[in-house]
Design a protein around this ligand. Structure first.
Ligand SMILES: [Zn+2]
Length: 459
């Protein structure tokens, strides 16, 4: 067996997008990038719950069709966006026609604060525009004749279709006389047909992508979700504005000029009273969040078996490593020990870090570990774990081989997580393991590799 992918699915590795943190405070540079012929835009809706993909079946725009083959994100150049009548009020675009606002300043002595607000923007209808960064277009399967050396990829999240669908159709797509009975699903289909693609749910679409596109999508999903959900100041409840092209939020208290929710404006008035503590303390700003999750392969005291468990909510016959969120003020080791005790009643005496994986549902970081115990007596927490087994190399290795030999195996399984029939129980084995895109699979595969080395060295 050849263990080839130490870079986890959704991670970038040496093909990671360059997030261009150095230029994000410069409004001038952001405007240049947004208007560049090398700018490309991906489109999502409802805070990254769905992304626009190339429609592989143009006769149907249904997003409910199963995803059974490789997917491709739709990328738009500036020219293509305008040709297809999408007129997002892009605060960075020179040709913007609709209402938007960015900060304008009078002279102020509050220099540091003003610096932070310089790239602040606010868009109507919970829309976000986020710079994802610079990437080699050859990695993204762009269907273009002449590829530039780099593309600057942005994500446009169209915001809340449930709440603002009709406004979005008329203001962004110039579709007037919208049918009053049109629901969010109808709005979504209309937008997809305008743009010539199909919206797919994040989970279903992402697992059909190649690895570099999946990485880019993971960045977009995490940031668009965070921007969408972080609309109000956690300190004072006032509206937050986006700054640094989607990487920071700042409280607008004391900064707002005349405007409305649909056409907001932001003006810094010298001498205005800044009443929000978030603007004055060192923890002024809101940043994209990442939630750490430990995922653990527990190794038997004799070293020859791996403990896999079946969560009560797992589909079909799947057994996997146990996992849980890192709690407040916990080290990774603390979290591994606590979860192992809570779920299986096992005392862990050593923890070994193996690898990590971004998991954009919406913004977790999976931290893969092996854990070592002196006891094999397990006590299952039935509220979380349906069953757990100590499994040998001979139990697990056939499943790893099957997934190695059939790279598409994961796709049919991921397409519909609620459908248990897509997780067939392997004949004569009685359990299944996670797909090769999951870090749990990598832990299982790594353990098998080590066991094989151990067995061969014992010959
Ligand atoms: Zn505030």
């Amino acid at each position: 067996m050849n263990i080839s992918h130490s870079i986890q699915f959704f991670a970038g590795g040496n093909k990671a997008v360059d997030r261009m943190m150095e230029i994000r405070k410069s409004k001038t540079e952001l405007v240049n990038l947004a208007n560049s012929k090398d700018a490309r835009f991906v489109v999502s809706i409802n805070g990254a719950k769905k992304f626009l993909f190339v429609n592989r079946n143009p006769l149907s725009s249904s997003s409910e069709k199963s995803v059974d083959s490789t997917q491709q994100l739709m990328f738009f150049s500036n020219e293509k966006l305008f040709n297809q009548n999408l007129h997002i009020p892009n605060p960075y675009a020179l040709t913007s026609k609709n209402g938007f606002s960015s900060v304008s300043f009078s002279e102020s002595t509050e220099k540091k604060l003003v610096e932070e607000y310089k790239s602040a923007v606010q868009l109507p209808y919970s829309t976000s525009i986020i710079l994802l960064g610079k990437i080699d277009p050859a990695l993204l399967n762009l269907q273009e004749d002449h590829l530039p050396k780099h593309v600057y990829v942005w994500c446009i999240d169209l915001g809340d279709l449930d709440q603002f669908g009709k406004n979005i159709l008329s203001e962004y797509f110039f579709i007037k006389d919208v049918d009053q009975d049109l629901d969010a699903q109808g709005t979504e289909k209309l937008i997809a047909s305008q743009l010539g693609g199909v919206f797919l749910p994040l989970r279903a679409g992402s697992f059909g992508l190649d690895s570099p596109s999946a990485h880019l999508l993971a960045v977009a999903a995490a940031l668009a979700d965070w921007n969408y959900r972080s609309r109000f100041c956690p300190s004072c409840g006032h509206k937050l504005w986006s700054t640094q092209a989607g990487y920071k939020k700042v409280c607008a208290h004391g900064f707002e000029g005349p405007g409305s929710d649909q056409k907001p404006s932001l003006v810094f008035n010298e001498g205005s009273q800044l009443l929000c503590s978030s603007q004055l303390a060192i923890n002024n700003y809101n940043f994209p969040r990442t939630d750490p999750v430990i995922i653990v392969g527990i190794i038997h005291p004799k070293g020859d078996r791996l403990l896999l468990a079946r969560g009560t909510r797992f589909p079909g016959a799947m057994y996997s490593c146990i996992a849980g969120f890192v709690d407040a003020a916990e080290s990774l080791e603390d979290a591994v020990k606590r979860e192992s005790m809570e779920e299986l009643g096992l005392v862990i005496n050593r923890v070994e870090y193996v690898t990590s994986q971004p998991w954009p549902f919406p913004n977790n970081l999976m931290i893969g570990c092996f854990a070592y115990t002196d006891s094999d007596a397990i006590t299952i927490d039935k509220s979380e774990i349906a069953d757990a087994k100590w499994l040998s190399f001979d139990d697990i290795y056939p499943l790893v081989l099957r997934k190695e030999s059939d790279p598409n195996f994961k796709l049919s399984k991921i397409s519909n997580p609620g459908d248990h029939s897509t997780f067939p129980v392997p004949e004569n084995i009685g359990f299944d393991i996670p797909p090769s895109t999951a870090i749990a699979y990598y832990l299982i595969q790594t353990w098998c590799k080590r066991q094989r080395q151990r067995l061969s060295s014992n010959l």
